[in-house]
Design a protein around this ligand. Structure first.
Ligand code: PLP
Length: 447
């Protein structure tokens, strides 16, 4: 009864993110009620392993008492403090300092946002300001990568390169450019890693030349493309792109909204490639989804140029909820959990997940298995030799998602016929084995 009324209220009033509104009205909402560890339970009592950590964000897992206590303490003591007027709060200052200590290279300055989209938006504003401060206002063109995702704000959605974020919105804007993805499974240059790296470098050079280096402000990458279908670049790709940017005097932005905080192993995925970006964005695992928060990291050079450029004037960028103390307290608790064992457990669980998914490569529907750490994907095909995608018209993603759900597994089913995995770092061996067993069962039923 209660459930029926929730479904009706949802249908009538709640606008869902990235959904077919009419399709959703027809299907009705599934209400999640509780979570513990890597398990969530819906309002009907159906228990599921959350193989996607909510939206690749609940890295610490559900029911972490230390996070709940930190948030509760902060809510009681001081639920809000602005960063305007030279004010601040202890958790925000401490979190900025702890993060800067651990961030790659000289990314020593942290600007807190509410999530990933406004973190990306903030980088665009900072970068524009930086080039103005250097006396190069004409450097106002931005390049990103096809199949990339950089959020859903008016500006960031144009850096995003997924069709449904553009169609009907008049995006991308005319200063937003793209180069092809490194996606190796169906790459026109083949799957040789060096050939893929060379092609990406050549594409970036060609794009910068086409626009004019004196006009290109920045290049955006995800260390692993997440929403494009978990596309893992060859080793050395990130470094080659960073080096090319340096050579061409283009700022290099690493969007680590998904990949940071243990998702691929270390706290920051850039560390895997020994790459120091000029700016870096994070969100999701920063607070493990317990409270909204994102963070932009600025290198000394970028920060100092902006600061000196502004002089005594205010840099006019900020939100009411920048550096929210409750989110910051949650962030500090998450960091303690990551370093107190979760990163290590995540690495172990990731190795087990990857080994188990690779063991499924013989399944008739599995075209490719890829991933790093606890970020993985299985690309489904109907014909392995031809790499034929599942027929799009039948919405296979939705069918696979529904079947997996019935089997007690939450998995991301991309419309391209890719299954995405990003389970919490607290996963036990048993949790991982359940994810694998339920995936195989779901694939067998999809044959
Ligand atoms: N950047 C990347 C790489 C993301 O994956 C996302 C979200 O998935 C965003 C930005 C946007 O973050 P948010 O949804 O918190 O606004």
């Amino acid at each position: 009864m209660l459930m029926n009324s929730l479904v009706e209220l949802d249908r009538a009033h709640l606008v869902h993110p990235v959904a077919s509104y009419r399709g959703h009205e027809k299907a009705g909402v599934r209400v999640l009620k509780s979570g513990r560890g890597a398990t969530v339970t819906d309002a009907g009592g159906h228990e599921l392993i959350d193989g996607f950590a909510g939206l690749w964000c609940v890295n610490a897992g559900y029911g972490q008492e230390r996070i709940v206590e930190a948030a509760t303490r902060q809510l009681r003591e001081l639920p809000y403090a602005t960063g305007y007027f030279g004010l601040g709060s202890e958790p925000a200052i401490r979190l900025a300092s702890e993060l800067a200590d651990r961030a790659p290279g000289d990314l020593n300055h942290v600007y807190f946002t509410l999530g990933g989209s406004d973190a990306v938006d903030s980088t665009v504003r900072f970068i524009r300001y930086y080039h103005h401060a250097l006396g190069k206002p004409e450097k106002d063109q931005f390049i990103s990568v096809m199949q990339g995702y950089h959020g859903s704000s008016t500006v960031g959605a144009g850096l995003t390169a997924l069709p449904s974020f553009h169609a009907g919105f008049g995006l991308p804007l005319d200063w937003q450019h793209k180069i092809p993805s490194h996606y190796s499974y169906r790459n026109p240059v083949g799957s040789d890693p060096q050939a893929i790296i060379d092609a990406s470098v050549a594409a970036l050079r060609a794009k910068v030349e086409e626009i004019g280096a004196e006009r290109v402000a920045a290049f955006y990458v995800e260390p692993i493309q997440g929403s494009g279908g978990v596309l893992v670049p060859p080793d050395g790709w990130l470094r080659a792109m960073r080096d090319t940017c340096r050579e061409l005097d283009v700022l290099f932005v690493a969007d680590e909204v998904i990949t940071a905080f243990g998702r691929t192993g270390p706290l920051f995925a850039c560390a895997d490639d020994d790459v120091v970006p000029d700016l870096m964005t994070t969100a999701k695992g920063l607070t493990s989804g317990y409270c909204p928060m994102g963070a932009v990291f600025l290198s000394d050079r970028v920060y100092d140029t902006i600061a000196d450029g502004a002089g005594a004037a205010a840099v006019g960028h900020g939100y009411t909820y920048s550096a929210h103390p409750v989110s910051a307290a949650v962030g500090l608790a998450c960091l303690e959990l990551y370093e107190g064992g979760l990163l290590d457990n995540g690495r172990r669980a990731g190795a087990r997940l990857m080994a188990g998914l690779h063991a499924m490569a013989d399944h008739p529907l599995v075209g490719e298995v890829r991933g790093r750490g606890l970020l993985a994907a299985v690309e489904l095909v109907t014909d392995k030799a031809r790499k034929t995608p599942l027929p799009a018209a039948a919405d296979p993603a939705r069918r696979v998602f529904d079947r997996a759900w019935d089997n007690g597994l939450v998995v991301r089913a991309f419309p391209t016929g890719v299954l995405g995995y990003a389970p919490p770092l607290c996963c036990t061996d048993k949790d991982i084995d359940r994810i694998l067993e339920r995936t195989r069962r779901t694939l067998d039923q999809t044959l």
